[in-house]
Design a protein around this ligand. Structure first.
Ligand code: HEC
Length: 167
């Protein structure tokens, strides 16, 4: 009996220790400079807004996806996008398909970029907060200073959003 109790105690101790390590090992999602934007949970499963392609030197394939608030606004043509809208752009290197000469496929992942609508918090940047992530980590502040300037100079009249919904 005694040995059994001992074994149970050791097993329980081991389970607790492993649980502790599992939690301690979990890094909190890092926030982007300036805006404090984080990678939204589950974005990889969000619906497609539209694909895009960038010529050399980037030579990338991209897709823009949106959360339910974004998709509702796109489909009903609501502008400005309501607070709570989140748009994510995923990008990969464009590579020739190894299987079919004229086809391109996605190579290694490059960046994940995020726009979050919060008209109060981000009042000074048209209501949008921006985040750019490489390997899950936010890039430096200098890069985040470029985001709104480019979006504002080209598509201010479309609530600072380039991508149209591809039906
Ligand atoms: C020099 C111009 C430029 C800069 C700088 C820029 N973007 Fe964009 N962004 C674009 C264009 C063009 C698109 C349309 C999709 C595409 O062609 O990749 C886009 C699309 C996006 C989208 C999808 C929603 C939309 O507007 O279509 C997100 C999200 C985004 N950018 C985030 C960012 C973030 C975050 C930064 C800063 C780190 C940034 N962008 C900097 C030009 C720019």
């Amino acid at each position: 009996m005694k040995a059994q109790h001992c074994a149970v105690a050791i097993a329980a101790g081991l389970a607790l220790t492993l649980t502790w390590f599992a939690y301690a090992g979990q890094k909190p999602r890092s926030a982007a400079p300036i805006y404090g934007v984080t990678l939204p949970a589950g974005y990889r499963d969000w619906p497609l807004v539209a694909p895009a392609q960038e010529a050399a030197p980037f030579d990338e394939l991209r897709v823009v996806v949106g959360n339910p608030t974004a998709m509702r606004a796109y489909r009903k043509n609501v502008r400005p996008f309501p607070d709570g809208t989140v748009l994510v752009k995923l990008a990969w290197k464009r590579e020739p398909s190894p299987d079919f000469a004229s086809a391109s496929v996605s190579g290694s992942a490059t960046t994940v970029q995020v726009m979050v609508k919060d008209s109060k918090r981000y009042a000074s940047s048209g209501g949008w907060g921006y985040g750019r992530f490489v390997g899950g980590q936010p890039v430096d502040e200098a890069q985040h200073r470029t985001c709104h300037a480019c979006h504002a100079s080209r598509v201010k009249d479309r609530d600072y959003v380039f991508t149209h919904y591809a039906p």
